[in-house]
Structures are given as C-alpha cells and as structure tokens.
Design a protein around this ligand. Structure first.
Ligand code: PGA
Length: 219
C-alpha cells in the first residue's frame, strides 16, 4: 500500500539514560532514514522522554507522538498531561490502546473526549481498535488494529485477517489503517504488502533501535 506509516510505541520503558542511548543508536541511521521519503516514521516515547526525542529528531523526517492524553483541558487535574502541553513536543497521539482500556478503565466516552481535545489542539490521533464493530470517534484519520491476543505474545494475527479487518474499517470511512501486535523485522512486509494496510504499530520490537530500524527498512 502506498502510505507506509511506521509507529514505535515505547510504552512505559526507558529511563533518561536509556532513552538517550536509544536515540544515539537510531540516529546512526539518520542518512539512510532521510532517504526513505516514502515512509513516515513516528516514535511515541513516554512523556518523560518527549523533550529528548523531539529535540533529537527536530528537522528530520521522524515525527513524535505521545502515548496518552488527558481528556481535560489544562486545569486542576493532578498528574494529567493535556493536549496543549503535548503539542509542544508531538504531532501524533495514541488513543484507545487496549492496555489503557484494560488497566486504566478508559471508556468509549473518555476516548471520544481525548480524541476531540486532541483534534482541537492540532494533534493527530492514532486510534486503536481491537476488532470488528469498534466505536471510532469522528475526525480520526488513522486507525490501528491491534488484536489483544497478538500484543507482546509473539503470535501476530495473520496478514490475511488483518487485511480483511482493515478493509472493513475502510468501508466505514476513509481511514489509514495500521496493523499492530508482535510485528518484527521478519514479518513486517507480510502486513505492509497487503492492499488495505497502510503501516504498522510496533511495541516490544521498537525497544531495540536496531530492530526498529530494520522494521522500517523491511516495511
Ligand atoms: P507488541 O505491542 O508489538 O509488543 O505486540 C504492540 C502495541 O501494544 O502497540
């Protein structure tokens, strides 16, 4: 598929020192990465590393995303990071990850609020769904299909099934659709070569900058 959007979700990993090491390793491929103009690369580090990552990749073709956003505007919401604050560092934001739905009890209503507030503040949501009949808020342009059984399990969905689901999603709206769940440099092409899949969302494998680079190369 023509659009090839490759997203790294670093999750709740990496200290400042580890993050800087990741950046250094990945930047060793800077020239080859800048030649890959047909691929769009987005890295979603934890909040504590947004400044390091956004500064390191400023002026390159590598974009930054946040992994979460507050459903509220600025205000007395202790511990929350709002969309306006994220916009200082990032262009994208992940919304609706199954880990947030499960461990942080995020409801469809909350995800809708997060989406609306992100769009209002100029952030592009990457909205995650786990299967068919997903509720996708208005204004979303990028959807990532991540079946729960495939996340971190080493057991990805079949490319055929992912492609079929992407086709269903696209029949509802003009989305870019990503596949996520146990993507590696070995299997990435099986997904990105499918007609309805526009890219991938990579968790575990993105923790190794060399492996993430290989995923981009092979996608
Ligand atoms: P995984 O995670 O690549 O480790 O399966 C994907 C994700 O949760 O975004």
């Amino acid at each position: 598929m023509s659009t090839n959007l490759i997203v790294a979700n670093i999750k709740s990993y990496e200290t400042l020192e580890e993050g800087n090491f990741w950046i250094e390793k990945f930047l060793a491929h800077k020239d080859s990465l800048s030649a890959l103009t047909q691929k769009e690369i987005v890295i979603c580090p934890p909040f504590t590393l947004l400044l390091s990552f956004s500064s390191a990749f400023l002026g390159t073709n590598i974009k930054i995303g946040a992994q979460n956003v507050s459903p509220f505007n600025e205000g007395a919401y202790t511990g929350e990071i709002n969309a306006k604050q994220i916009k200082d560092f990032a262009e994208y934001v992940l919304i609706g990850h199954s880990e947030r739905r499960k461990f942080f009890a995020e409801t469809e209503d909350m995800l809708k609020k997060k989406t609306e507030i992100s769009l209002k503040n100029g952030l592009k949501p990457i909205f995650l769904v786990q299967g068919k009949n997903a509720i996708i808020p208005q204004g979303v342009g990028v959807v990532a299909y991540e079946p729960v059984f495939a996340i971190g399990s080493g057991n990805p969905d079949t490319p055929e099934n992912a492609d079929e689901l992407a086709e269903v999603l696209k029949s509802e709206n003009d989305y870019l659709v990503l596949y996520g769940g146990s993507v590696t440099s070995e299997n990435v092409k099986n997904f990105t070569s499918k007609a309805n899949i526009n890219g991938v969302l990579v968790g575990g494998a993105s923790l190794d900058p060399e492996e993430f680079y290989k995923i981009i190369e092979n996608a």
